[in-house]
Design a protein around this ligand. Sequence first.
Ligand code: ZN
Length: 193
Amino acid sequence: MANLHFHYGTMGCSKSALLVINAYNQNKNDNKTEIIKPKIDNRFSEDKVTSRIGISAPATVISTLQDWSPAPDTKMVLIDEIQFFNPSDIDRLVHIADSRPIIIMCYGLMVDSNEHIFPAARRLIEVGAKLHRMESTCQIPGCMRLATHHLRFDSTGNVIREGEQISIGDSNYKSVCRQHFNMFYRGNGKAGR
Ligand SMILES: [Zn+2]
């Protein structure tokens, strides 16, 4: 079995729910787990991973993985929002995964709302992480195509085409298919909210 995994998908595709369920199942089998999430820009981060469907699990919030090591008896590490870590943090995970018997599960986004790959996601691909695409459908009403992109909107419903890769909180985002991304991002861009 691969020891480094990347579960990726758009916002709202149940990544956090899968993380919590995977941790629960390992713990039930007496495999010790650790859940990690990034501390971003010194903003407050709740010390748990919470899914929109209402399940959660305690997590350790850290800003960098450089000086971090899992406990000696940990069998699986689960990392939420991996896109907010740096490529060098991914290299740290590779070192851990390749030097001890442990499975590292990363969960996060592949592309930002400008259709650019996150540096940490790119590094995961480069180092050969096993990729698992989590699928959900486009959030434009009536569309059933695969959601692969994110659109970011301002308060009046206009598409934002610059700025932060992903800001915190997802109320101003929609996960959309490629066709709708191109229609709104490269067209004249109002998509309602
Ligand atoms: Zn669509």
